[in-house]
Design a protein around this ligand. Structure first.
Ligand code: HEM
Length: 473
Protein backbone atom coordinates (compact mmCIF):
# COMPACT_ATOMS: atom_id res chain seq x y z
CA UNK A 1 0.00 0.00 0.00
CA UNK A 2 2.82 2.32 1.07
CA UNK A 3 4.63 1.48 -2.19
CA UNK A 4 1.57 2.53 -4.26
CA UNK A 5 1.22 5.78 -2.29
CA UNK A 6 4.88 6.67 -2.94
CA UNK A 7 4.62 5.68 -6.63
CA UNK A 8 1.42 7.70 -7.02
CA UNK A 9 3.00 10.76 -5.34
CA UNK A 10 6.09 10.48 -7.57
CA UNK A 11 3.93 10.21 -10.70
CA UNK A 12 1.90 13.22 -9.60
CA UNK A 13 5.07 15.26 -8.98
CA UNK A 14 6.46 14.24 -12.38
CA UNK A 15 3.23 15.19 -14.14
CA UNK A 16 3.13 18.53 -12.32
CA UNK A 17 6.74 19.24 -13.32
CA UNK A 18 5.98 18.41 -16.97
CA UNK A 19 2.83 20.57 -16.89
CA UNK A 20 4.58 23.51 -15.26
CA UNK A 21 7.64 23.29 -17.48
CA UNK A 22 5.38 23.19 -20.55
CA UNK A 23 3.37 26.13 -19.37
CA UNK A 24 6.25 28.05 -17.91
CA UNK A 25 9.14 27.45 -20.24
CA UNK A 26 11.30 30.45 -21.05
CA UNK A 27 12.20 31.33 -17.45
CA UNK A 28 8.93 30.67 -15.62
CA UNK A 29 6.87 33.00 -17.78
CA UNK A 30 3.23 32.33 -18.66
CA UNK A 31 3.51 32.12 -22.41
CA UNK A 32 0.62 32.95 -24.74
CA UNK A 33 -1.65 30.01 -25.67
CA UNK A 34 -1.15 28.31 -29.03
CA UNK A 35 1.16 25.78 -30.62
CA UNK A 36 4.57 25.85 -32.29
CA UNK A 37 3.29 23.22 -34.75
CA UNK A 38 5.58 20.77 -36.53
CA UNK A 39 9.31 20.38 -35.84
CA UNK A 40 11.40 22.70 -38.08
CA UNK A 41 8.52 24.07 -40.20
CA UNK A 42 6.30 25.00 -37.26
CA UNK A 43 3.07 26.41 -38.73
CA UNK A 44 4.75 28.03 -41.76
CA UNK A 45 2.77 26.02 -44.31
CA UNK A 46 -0.59 27.12 -42.87
CA UNK A 47 0.73 30.68 -42.50
CA UNK A 48 2.00 30.94 -46.08
CA UNK A 49 -0.55 28.92 -48.00
CA UNK A 50 -3.80 29.28 -46.05
CA UNK A 51 -6.04 32.32 -46.19
CA UNK A 52 -4.38 34.87 -43.84
CA UNK A 53 -7.68 35.81 -42.17
CA UNK A 54 -8.41 32.12 -41.60
CA UNK A 55 -4.97 31.51 -40.10
CA UNK A 56 -5.47 34.22 -37.48
CA UNK A 57 -9.27 33.88 -37.15
CA UNK A 58 -9.11 30.14 -36.29
CA UNK A 59 -6.42 30.66 -33.69
CA UNK A 60 -8.05 33.73 -32.15
CA UNK A 61 -11.19 31.62 -31.66
CA UNK A 62 -9.31 28.58 -30.35
CA UNK A 63 -6.76 30.28 -28.06
CA UNK A 64 -7.45 33.95 -27.34
CA UNK A 65 -8.81 36.98 -29.24
CA UNK A 66 -5.85 39.03 -27.92
CA UNK A 67 -2.74 36.96 -28.53
CA UNK A 68 -1.53 33.50 -29.51
CA UNK A 69 1.81 31.88 -30.08
CA UNK A 70 2.98 30.08 -33.21
CA UNK A 71 6.20 29.28 -35.04
CA UNK A 72 6.46 30.65 -38.56
CA UNK A 73 9.37 31.13 -40.95
CA UNK A 74 11.70 29.60 -38.34
CA UNK A 75 10.76 31.95 -35.50
CA UNK A 76 8.83 31.60 -32.24
CA UNK A 77 6.23 34.28 -32.73
CA UNK A 78 3.48 35.95 -30.71
CA UNK A 79 0.65 37.23 -32.90
CA UNK A 80 -0.88 40.30 -31.26
CA UNK A 81 -4.50 40.72 -32.35
CA UNK A 82 -7.34 43.19 -32.56
CA UNK A 83 -7.43 46.98 -32.19
CA UNK A 84 -5.86 46.83 -28.71
CA UNK A 85 -3.03 44.73 -30.09
CA UNK A 86 -2.43 47.21 -32.92
CA UNK A 87 -2.45 50.12 -30.48
CA UNK A 88 -0.04 48.37 -28.11
CA UNK A 89 2.34 47.52 -30.93
CA UNK A 90 2.33 50.90 -32.65
CA UNK A 91 2.80 52.76 -29.34
CA UNK A 92 5.66 50.65 -27.94
CA UNK A 93 8.08 50.63 -30.85
CA UNK A 94 11.70 50.92 -29.58
CA UNK A 95 10.53 50.29 -25.98
CA UNK A 96 9.71 46.59 -26.36
CA UNK A 97 10.44 45.80 -29.98
CA UNK A 98 12.40 46.64 -33.04
CA UNK A 99 11.70 45.84 -36.68
CA UNK A 100 12.45 42.35 -37.91
CA UNK A 101 12.50 40.97 -41.41
CA UNK A 102 11.82 37.29 -42.03
CA UNK A 103 14.93 35.35 -43.10
CA UNK A 104 14.07 35.10 -46.83
CA UNK A 105 13.80 38.91 -46.93
CA UNK A 106 17.08 39.37 -45.09
CA UNK A 107 18.71 37.04 -47.59
CA UNK A 108 17.24 38.63 -50.72
CA UNK A 109 18.03 42.23 -49.78
CA UNK A 110 21.48 41.76 -48.24
CA UNK A 111 23.83 40.66 -50.97
CA UNK A 112 26.56 43.09 -50.06
CA UNK A 113 26.87 42.21 -46.37
CA UNK A 114 29.74 40.04 -45.22
CA UNK A 115 29.24 37.43 -42.50
CA UNK A 116 30.68 39.67 -39.77
CA UNK A 117 28.01 42.32 -40.40
CA UNK A 118 25.66 43.06 -37.47
CA UNK A 119 22.28 41.29 -37.50
CA UNK A 120 19.91 42.62 -40.12
CA UNK A 121 17.30 43.80 -37.65
CA UNK A 122 19.74 46.29 -36.16
CA UNK A 123 20.34 47.64 -39.65
CA UNK A 124 16.76 48.02 -40.79
CA UNK A 125 16.15 51.51 -39.40
CA UNK A 126 19.27 52.63 -41.23
CA UNK A 127 17.87 51.20 -44.41
CA UNK A 128 14.73 53.28 -44.36
CA UNK A 129 16.58 56.41 -43.20
CA UNK A 130 17.41 57.22 -46.80
CA UNK A 131 13.75 57.31 -47.72
CA UNK A 132 12.42 58.98 -44.56
CA UNK A 133 15.04 61.63 -43.85
CA UNK A 134 15.60 63.62 -47.00
CA UNK A 135 11.84 63.94 -47.18
CA UNK A 136 11.50 62.52 -50.70
CA UNK A 137 8.15 61.03 -49.83
CA UNK A 138 6.79 63.99 -47.88
CA UNK A 139 3.94 65.96 -49.45
CA UNK A 140 6.24 68.97 -50.17
CA UNK A 141 8.43 66.80 -52.39
CA UNK A 142 5.53 64.93 -53.94
CA UNK A 143 3.77 68.14 -54.99
CA UNK A 144 6.58 68.71 -57.48
CA UNK A 145 6.23 65.17 -58.82
CA UNK A 146 2.44 65.18 -59.18
CA UNK A 147 2.26 66.72 -62.66
CA UNK A 148 4.90 64.25 -63.88
CA UNK A 149 2.92 61.39 -62.29
CA UNK A 150 -0.15 62.57 -64.18
CA UNK A 151 1.60 62.83 -67.53
CA UNK A 152 3.31 59.41 -67.16
CA UNK A 153 -0.04 57.81 -66.26
CA UNK A 154 -1.69 59.42 -69.31
CA UNK A 155 1.09 58.16 -71.59
CA UNK A 156 0.84 54.66 -70.14
CA UNK A 157 -2.93 54.53 -70.68
CA UNK A 158 -2.42 55.83 -74.20
CA UNK A 159 0.17 53.13 -74.99
CA UNK A 160 -1.63 50.20 -73.37
CA UNK A 161 -5.35 51.00 -73.76
CA UNK A 162 -6.02 53.63 -76.45
CA UNK A 163 -6.72 51.20 -79.31
CA UNK A 164 -7.88 48.22 -77.24
CA UNK A 165 -11.29 46.84 -76.39
CA UNK A 166 -9.91 44.37 -73.88
CA UNK A 167 -6.98 44.63 -71.47
CA UNK A 168 -5.59 42.66 -68.55
CA UNK A 169 -5.55 45.01 -65.59
CA UNK A 170 -2.89 43.37 -63.42
CA UNK A 171 -0.02 43.53 -65.96
CA UNK A 172 -1.11 47.09 -66.86
CA UNK A 173 -1.15 48.17 -63.19
CA UNK A 174 2.29 46.64 -62.66
CA UNK A 175 3.81 48.41 -65.66
CA UNK A 176 2.28 51.79 -64.75
CA UNK A 177 3.41 51.43 -61.12
CA UNK A 178 6.93 50.36 -61.96
CA UNK A 179 7.27 53.09 -64.60
CA UNK A 180 6.33 55.71 -61.99
CA UNK A 181 8.60 54.21 -59.34
CA UNK A 182 11.57 53.94 -61.73
CA UNK A 183 11.12 57.58 -62.73
CA UNK A 184 10.73 58.84 -59.18
CA UNK A 185 13.28 56.64 -57.40
CA UNK A 186 15.87 56.07 -60.12
CA UNK A 187 15.24 58.81 -62.66
CA UNK A 188 14.94 56.29 -65.54
CA UNK A 189 12.17 56.10 -68.10
CA UNK A 190 13.36 53.48 -70.55
CA UNK A 191 10.31 51.24 -71.29
CA UNK A 192 12.32 48.14 -72.30
CA UNK A 193 14.27 48.24 -69.10
CA UNK A 194 11.06 48.50 -67.12
CA UNK A 195 9.35 45.67 -68.99
CA UNK A 196 12.33 43.46 -68.17
CA UNK A 197 12.17 44.34 -64.49
CA UNK A 198 8.44 43.58 -64.01
CA UNK A 199 8.88 39.79 -64.01
CA UNK A 200 11.89 39.97 -61.68
CA UNK A 201 10.03 42.09 -59.13
CA UNK A 202 7.14 39.64 -59.14
CA UNK A 203 9.49 36.78 -58.23
CA UNK A 204 11.24 38.77 -55.49
CA UNK A 205 7.92 39.88 -54.00
CA UNK A 206 6.62 36.32 -53.75
CA UNK A 207 9.99 35.14 -52.37
CA UNK A 208 9.95 37.54 -49.43
CA UNK A 209 7.72 35.16 -47.49
CA UNK A 210 8.56 31.59 -48.41
CA UNK A 211 10.29 28.42 -47.25
CA UNK A 212 14.03 28.91 -47.80
CA UNK A 213 14.86 25.93 -50.01
CA UNK A 214 17.30 27.04 -52.65
CA UNK A 215 17.03 24.39 -55.36
CA UNK A 216 15.83 24.86 -58.97
CA UNK A 217 12.05 25.04 -59.18
CA UNK A 218 11.45 26.50 -55.70
CA UNK A 219 10.02 29.97 -54.99
CA UNK A 220 13.15 30.91 -53.07
CA UNK A 221 15.44 29.85 -55.91
CA UNK A 222 13.49 31.93 -58.41
CA UNK A 223 13.48 34.91 -56.04
CA UNK A 224 17.28 34.72 -55.62
CA UNK A 225 17.81 34.62 -59.38
CA UNK A 226 15.45 37.57 -59.85
CA UNK A 227 17.14 39.56 -57.05
CA UNK A 228 20.53 38.99 -58.72
CA UNK A 229 19.13 40.17 -62.08
CA UNK A 230 17.59 43.33 -60.56
CA UNK A 231 20.81 44.08 -58.69
CA UNK A 232 22.83 43.76 -61.91
CA UNK A 233 20.47 46.13 -63.73
CA UNK A 234 20.55 48.58 -60.82
CA UNK A 235 24.35 48.61 -60.67
CA UNK A 236 24.36 49.60 -64.36
CA UNK A 237 21.81 52.36 -63.62
CA UNK A 238 23.98 53.57 -60.69
CA UNK A 239 27.10 53.79 -62.89
CA UNK A 240 25.18 55.75 -65.54
CA UNK A 241 23.76 58.03 -62.86
CA UNK A 242 27.22 58.72 -61.42
CA UNK A 243 28.42 59.79 -64.86
CA UNK A 244 25.38 62.01 -65.30
CA UNK A 245 25.93 63.64 -61.89
CA UNK A 246 29.61 64.19 -62.73
CA UNK A 247 28.61 65.99 -65.91
CA UNK A 248 26.27 68.30 -63.99
CA UNK A 249 22.81 66.70 -64.41
CA UNK A 250 20.24 67.86 -61.83
CA UNK A 251 19.64 65.40 -58.98
CA UNK A 252 15.89 64.93 -58.63
CA UNK A 253 15.57 61.29 -57.61
CA UNK A 254 16.24 59.22 -54.50
CA UNK A 255 19.04 57.34 -56.23
CA UNK A 256 21.05 60.52 -56.83
CA UNK A 257 20.72 61.34 -53.15
CA UNK A 258 22.00 57.92 -52.14
CA UNK A 259 24.96 58.28 -54.47
CA UNK A 260 26.13 61.61 -53.08
CA UNK A 261 25.35 61.03 -49.38
CA UNK A 262 28.36 60.15 -47.20
CA UNK A 263 28.68 58.70 -43.68
CA UNK A 264 30.34 60.72 -40.85
CA UNK A 265 33.77 59.47 -41.96
CA UNK A 266 33.18 60.85 -45.46
CA UNK A 267 32.67 57.41 -47.08
CA UNK A 268 29.97 57.06 -49.71
CA UNK A 269 27.89 53.89 -50.11
CA UNK A 270 29.29 51.14 -52.33
CA UNK A 271 27.28 50.48 -55.50
CA UNK A 272 26.05 47.06 -54.35
CA UNK A 273 24.73 48.49 -51.11
CA UNK A 274 22.87 51.25 -52.96
CA UNK A 275 21.48 48.62 -55.35
CA UNK A 276 20.15 46.53 -52.44
CA UNK A 277 18.53 49.53 -50.77
CA UNK A 278 16.90 50.66 -54.01
CA UNK A 279 15.64 47.14 -54.63
CA UNK A 280 14.05 47.20 -51.14
CA UNK A 281 12.29 50.49 -51.82
CA UNK A 282 11.09 49.53 -55.28
CA UNK A 283 9.75 46.24 -53.98
CA UNK A 284 7.93 47.92 -51.05
CA UNK A 285 6.29 50.42 -53.39
CA UNK A 286 5.59 48.24 -56.38
CA UNK A 287 3.31 45.29 -55.68
CA UNK A 288 1.32 47.14 -52.98
CA UNK A 289 0.24 49.91 -55.35
CA UNK A 290 -0.26 47.57 -58.33
CA UNK A 291 -2.44 45.22 -56.25
CA UNK A 292 -4.59 48.09 -55.01
CA UNK A 293 -5.13 49.47 -58.53
CA UNK A 294 -6.03 46.00 -59.81
CA UNK A 295 -8.64 45.18 -57.19
CA UNK A 296 -10.01 48.72 -57.33
CA UNK A 297 -10.66 48.18 -61.04
CA UNK A 298 -12.39 44.93 -60.17
CA UNK A 299 -14.66 46.33 -57.46
CA UNK A 300 -15.49 49.53 -59.36
CA UNK A 301 -16.15 47.48 -62.50
CA UNK A 302 -18.58 45.29 -60.56
CA UNK A 303 -20.36 48.22 -58.86
CA UNK A 304 -21.75 50.63 -61.50
CA UNK A 305 -23.16 53.04 -58.89
CA UNK A 306 -19.67 53.41 -57.37
CA UNK A 307 -18.22 53.98 -60.85
CA UNK A 308 -20.75 56.75 -61.53
CA UNK A 309 -19.92 58.53 -58.28
CA UNK A 310 -16.17 58.32 -58.83
CA UNK A 311 -16.52 59.55 -62.41
CA UNK A 312 -18.74 62.45 -61.37
CA UNK A 313 -16.16 63.50 -58.77
CA UNK A 314 -13.27 63.28 -61.24
CA UNK A 315 -15.15 65.03 -64.08
CA UNK A 316 -15.95 67.92 -61.78
CA UNK A 317 -12.24 68.29 -61.03
CA UNK A 318 -11.37 68.02 -64.74
CA UNK A 319 -14.02 70.64 -65.58
CA UNK A 320 -12.40 73.11 -63.14
CA UNK A 321 -9.13 72.95 -65.11
CA UNK A 322 -7.93 73.98 -68.55
CA UNK A 323 -8.11 71.08 -71.08
CA UNK A 324 -4.43 70.03 -70.94
CA UNK A 325 -3.61 71.23 -67.45
CA UNK A 326 -2.03 68.53 -65.27
CA UNK A 327 -3.19 67.57 -61.78
CA UNK A 328 -2.28 69.82 -58.87
CA UNK A 329 -2.26 69.33 -55.12
CA UNK A 330 -5.66 71.02 -54.57
CA UNK A 331 -7.24 68.66 -57.11
CA UNK A 332 -6.15 65.61 -55.15
CA UNK A 333 -7.63 67.14 -51.98
CA UNK A 334 -11.03 67.08 -53.72
CA UNK A 335 -10.91 63.36 -54.51
CA UNK A 336 -12.59 62.35 -51.25
CA UNK A 337 -14.98 59.70 -52.53
CA UNK A 338 -12.31 58.21 -54.80
CA UNK A 339 -10.05 57.87 -51.75
CA UNK A 340 -12.86 56.09 -49.88
CA UNK A 341 -13.04 53.66 -52.79
CA UNK A 342 -9.29 53.00 -52.49
CA UNK A 343 -9.64 52.49 -48.71
CA UNK A 344 -12.47 50.02 -49.16
CA UNK A 345 -10.45 48.11 -51.75
CA UNK A 346 -7.50 47.84 -49.34
CA UNK A 347 -9.83 46.68 -46.55
CA UNK A 348 -11.15 43.77 -48.61
CA UNK A 349 -7.82 42.95 -50.31
CA UNK A 350 -4.99 44.17 -48.06
CA UNK A 351 -1.92 44.87 -50.22
CA UNK A 352 0.31 44.02 -47.25
CA UNK A 353 -0.89 41.66 -44.54
CA UNK A 354 1.34 42.74 -41.68
CA UNK A 355 4.92 42.80 -40.47
CA UNK A 356 7.18 41.31 -37.83
CA UNK A 357 9.02 42.81 -34.88
CA UNK A 358 11.72 41.36 -32.64
CA UNK A 359 11.22 41.54 -28.88
CA UNK A 360 14.00 43.66 -27.32
CA UNK A 361 13.00 43.10 -23.74
CA UNK A 362 10.51 40.68 -22.15
CA UNK A 363 7.07 42.23 -21.74
CA UNK A 364 3.56 41.30 -20.61
CA UNK A 365 0.45 41.62 -22.73
CA UNK A 366 -3.11 40.43 -22.00
CA UNK A 367 -1.85 38.43 -19.01
CA UNK A 368 0.91 36.63 -20.91
CA UNK A 369 4.66 37.07 -21.07
CA UNK A 370 6.49 37.42 -24.36
CA UNK A 371 10.17 36.56 -23.92
CA UNK A 372 13.09 38.57 -25.30
CA UNK A 373 14.22 37.35 -28.72
CA UNK A 374 10.76 36.10 -29.79
CA UNK A 375 9.17 37.71 -32.80
CA UNK A 376 5.86 39.56 -32.75
CA UNK A 377 3.57 39.63 -35.78
CA UNK A 378 0.67 42.00 -36.38
CA UNK A 379 -1.73 41.70 -39.27
CA UNK A 380 -4.63 43.73 -40.65
CA UNK A 381 -6.52 40.43 -40.89
CA UNK A 382 -7.39 40.46 -37.17
CA UNK A 383 -9.69 43.47 -37.69
CA UNK A 384 -10.38 44.45 -41.31
CA UNK A 385 -13.19 42.02 -42.06
CA UNK A 386 -14.55 41.65 -38.54
CA UNK A 387 -18.32 42.44 -38.53
CA UNK A 388 -17.87 43.82 -35.00
CA UNK A 389 -16.03 46.79 -36.51
CA UNK A 390 -17.35 46.84 -40.10
CA UNK A 391 -21.09 46.45 -40.65
CA UNK A 392 -21.85 44.03 -43.53
CA UNK A 393 -18.12 43.47 -43.56
CA UNK A 394 -18.14 41.36 -46.76
CA UNK A 395 -19.82 44.17 -48.73
CA UNK A 396 -17.85 46.62 -50.88
CA UNK A 397 -19.17 49.88 -49.47
CA UNK A 398 -16.91 52.96 -49.85
CA UNK A 399 -19.51 55.12 -48.09
CA UNK A 400 -18.63 53.50 -44.77
CA UNK A 401 -15.74 55.99 -44.47
CA UNK A 402 -17.96 59.05 -44.85
CA UNK A 403 -17.73 61.59 -42.08
CA UNK A 404 -19.24 60.36 -38.84
CA UNK A 405 -18.97 56.74 -39.92
CA UNK A 406 -15.21 56.24 -39.68
CA UNK A 407 -14.21 52.80 -38.36
CA UNK A 408 -13.24 52.60 -34.65
CA UNK A 409 -9.59 53.51 -33.91
CA UNK A 410 -6.94 50.89 -34.78
CA UNK A 411 -9.41 48.65 -36.66
CA UNK A 412 -8.42 49.95 -40.09
CA UNK A 413 -4.63 50.17 -40.43
CA UNK A 414 -3.59 49.22 -43.99
CA UNK A 415 -0.40 51.31 -43.69
CA UNK A 416 0.45 50.24 -40.12
CA UNK A 417 0.89 52.92 -37.46
CA UNK A 418 3.28 54.60 -35.04
CA UNK A 419 6.90 55.37 -35.91
CA UNK A 420 7.10 52.53 -38.45
CA UNK A 421 4.00 53.50 -40.37
CA UNK A 422 4.50 53.11 -44.12
CA UNK A 423 6.64 56.04 -45.36
CA UNK A 424 5.19 55.55 -48.86
CA UNK A 425 1.56 56.20 -47.86
CA UNK A 426 1.29 59.63 -49.46
CA UNK A 427 3.10 58.49 -52.60
CA UNK A 428 0.73 55.51 -52.84
CA UNK A 429 -2.31 57.76 -52.35
CA UNK A 430 -1.23 60.15 -55.10
CA UNK A 431 -0.25 57.50 -57.61
CA UNK A 432 -3.49 55.53 -57.20
CA UNK A 433 -5.70 58.66 -57.26
CA UNK A 434 -3.88 59.86 -60.39
CA UNK A 435 -4.63 56.52 -62.02
CA UNK A 436 -8.29 56.66 -60.98
CA UNK A 437 -8.63 60.23 -62.32
CA UNK A 438 -7.29 59.28 -65.73
CA UNK A 439 -8.97 55.92 -66.12
CA UNK A 440 -12.54 57.02 -65.28
CA UNK A 441 -12.19 60.11 -67.47
CA UNK A 442 -11.45 57.94 -70.51
CA UNK A 443 -13.15 54.59 -69.95
CA UNK A 444 -15.96 52.57 -68.53
CA UNK A 445 -15.23 48.88 -68.14
CA UNK A 446 -16.75 45.51 -67.50
CA UNK A 447 -15.02 42.72 -65.58
CA UNK A 448 -15.01 39.74 -67.95
CA UNK A 449 -14.93 37.03 -65.27
CA UNK A 450 -16.31 38.34 -61.96
CA UNK A 451 -15.58 34.95 -60.37
CA UNK A 452 -11.93 34.85 -61.49
CA UNK A 453 -9.86 33.02 -58.89
CA UNK A 454 -7.53 35.07 -56.71
CA UNK A 455 -4.27 33.28 -56.01
CA UNK A 456 -1.30 33.99 -53.74
CA UNK A 457 -2.42 34.40 -50.19
CA UNK A 458 0.21 36.73 -48.76
CA UNK A 459 0.30 38.63 -52.09
CA UNK A 460 -3.14 38.32 -53.73
CA UNK A 461 -3.30 38.37 -57.54
CA UNK A 462 -6.07 37.54 -60.03
CA UNK A 463 -5.22 34.24 -61.71
CA UNK A 464 -5.79 35.45 -65.30
CA UNK A 465 -4.64 39.04 -64.70
CA UNK A 466 -8.20 40.47 -64.46
CA UNK A 467 -9.22 40.87 -68.11
CA UNK A 468 -11.74 43.69 -68.65
CA UNK A 469 -13.78 44.94 -71.59
CA UNK A 470 -13.08 48.62 -72.19
CA UNK A 471 -15.64 51.16 -73.41
CA UNK A 472 -14.05 54.43 -74.60
CA UNK A 473 -15.77 57.72 -73.68
C1 HEM B 1 -1.16 50.77 -51.09
C2 HEM B 1 0.12 50.90 -50.90
C3 HEM B 1 0.88 50.54 -49.65
C4 HEM B 1 0.48 49.89 -48.51
C5 HEM B 1 -0.90 49.35 -48.17
C6 HEM B 1 1.64 49.82 -47.64
C7 HEM B 1 1.63 49.24 -46.37
C8 HEM B 1 2.73 49.17 -45.56
C9 HEM B 1 2.73 48.57 -44.27
C10 HEM B 1 1.53 47.90 -43.58
C11 HEM B 1 3.97 48.67 -43.76
C12 HEM B 1 4.48 48.11 -42.44
C13 HEM B 1 4.39 49.10 -41.33
C14 HEM B 1 4.84 48.46 -40.03
O1 HEM B 1 5.74 47.61 -40.03
O2 HEM B 1 4.25 48.82 -39.01
C15 HEM B 1 4.79 49.33 -44.76
C16 HEM B 1 6.13 49.61 -44.63
C17 HEM B 1 6.90 50.21 -45.60
N1 HEM B 1 6.46 50.73 -46.79
FE1 HEM B 1 4.56 50.67 -47.47
N2 HEM B 1 2.70 50.40 -48.27
C18 HEM B 1 2.29 50.86 -49.49
C19 HEM B 1 3.04 51.54 -50.42
C20 HEM B 1 4.36 51.88 -50.26
C21 HEM B 1 5.12 52.66 -51.21
C22 HEM B 1 4.57 53.25 -52.50
C23 HEM B 1 6.40 52.75 -50.71
C24 HEM B 1 7.59 53.44 -51.29
C25 HEM B 1 7.51 54.52 -51.95
C26 HEM B 1 6.43 52.04 -49.45
C27 HEM B 1 7.54 51.91 -48.67
C28 HEM B 1 7.54 51.27 -47.45
C29 HEM B 1 8.75 51.08 -46.66
C30 HEM B 1 10.17 51.52 -47.02
C31 HEM B 1 8.34 50.42 -45.48
C32 HEM B 1 9.22 49.97 -44.32
C33 HEM B 1 9.19 51.03 -43.25
C34 HEM B 1 10.01 50.69 -42.01
O3 HEM B 1 10.28 49.53 -41.76
O4 HEM B 1 10.39 51.61 -41.29
N3 HEM B 1 5.17 51.53 -49.22
N4 HEM B 1 4.00 49.65 -45.84
Amino acid sequence: MEFFAVAFSLALIALTVVFISRRRSDGGAKLPPGTFGWPIFGESIEFLFGKPEKFVGDRMKKYSPDIFKTKVLGEKTAVICGPNGHKFLFSNEHKYFTAFRPHPMQHLFRSYKDKSAPPAETQRPDETKAIRQPGFLKPEALIRFLAKMDSITQQQLQVHCADKNEVEVYPLAKTVTLTLACQFFLGINNPERIARLVKYFDDVTVGMHCIMINIPGTIFYRANKAAAAIRKELVTVIREKKQAIASGSPMRDILSHMIVVTDPSGQSMPDYEIADKMMGLLTAGYSTVATTITFLMKYVGLNPEVYERVRAEQLEIAASKKPDELLEWEDVGKMKYSWNVICETMRLVPPLQGTFREVLTEFNYAGYTIPKGWKVYWTVSTTNTNPKYFKDSEKFNPSRYDEGEAPPPYTYVPFGGGPRMCPGKEYARLSILTFVHNVVKRYKWEVIDPKEKVEGDMMPAPQKGLPIRLYHH
